[in-house]
Write a protein that binds this ligand. Sequence first.
Ligand code: AMP
Ligand code: MG
Length: 377
Amino acid sequence: MAQALLGRTQQVPILDEKVADVDTRIIRMGEPYKDEALIREAGEIIRAGGLVAFPTETVYGLGGDALNPASSRKIYEAKGRPSDNPLIVHIADMEALAAIVKDVPETAKKLAAAFWPGPLTMILEKSDLVPRETTGGLDTVAVRMPSDAVALAFIRAAGGYVAAPSANRSGRPSPTCASYVAQDLDGRVEMILDGGDATLGLESTIVDLTVEPPAILRPGFITVEMLRQKLGRVEEDGTLFRADSGQAPKAPGMKYRHYAPEGELVIVRGPAEAVTAYIGGKLAEGRKNRKKTGVIATDETVGMYQADVPRSVGKRADAAATAKGLYRILREFDDEGVEWIYSESFDGGGVSQAVMNRLLKAAGHKVIEINEGGTEI
Ligand code: AMP
Ligand code: MG
């Protein structure tokens, strides 16, 4: 049914048809009085053990009651996600935090004061209120207070504790708009709250506060520098940005195959002019081999490439724009059946670390380093 409502969604194969039997209602947010009643309805679905996809400022979430083990099991089933990959519990106020963790350490208080509501997830020791189904069997729980107004109202209406991973089917990019949610989850959730495009477009920063010093498990908009300003020492997991770190990843989710486009994605890193020339050569090779080609470039360079599907993530200096556009572009390559994809590299500090982290995962860490002369090193 959702397909009919949304003109531009494309049919994607659903792996386990037997769970895709729900009549999904897609509800466009934006009319205050109507919204209130609809959000109340969405909250009731959660309280009754159902699933609702909802907008947040990072990406769309697939929500269920975090305190109900059956709801968490449903989330895993709808998403096709391994059940030892823990969910993030979304809350709307600090009282809710105190209820679901053993204690609220000073570090958490400082970070909450500085960055909540916002795109930061904290890992803390869980209280008995949180079932292990929600935490993937762990004694720790991931908690976030999103800033999106629809998300906050929905969490309150749902009883205050909404477990939500990103609202994509496992192995697809996180959805940044409601039609992408419908592509992946039509028939698997009772309702999709459509709040328009996610303003940030990349998942939250995850910081583990159960270790000393605190450690970043996933980079995002709240950067390591911002966290260090509040906490002093903060470690970065060596597996986050480098292809060759040789360390085992620390967040449970990291051991799973992440989203990779159907085409072959390669990142090219080196001096700017050498990179455009190198990618240009590869695209020509692709044309000769009758491959459908795609490119991830910036406003400054996208016009230089002769690709079948050239895409710009925005101005190179605007890391936030890059973050916002990346997942949409990756989905478009799949929709267009692109076979060879070349991406420029985004190696600035701050938010571009988060972008690079996701891009490296999507590329399966395939990076070609070239020198000034365009030779691979
Ligand atoms: P997603 O919900 O798709 O944004 O993914 C949530 C991420 O949070 C996964 O990569 C999880 O591994 C991570 N996560 C959730 N809970 C914990 C936890 N208790 N300890 C470490 N990582 C966690
Ligand atoms: Mg996810």
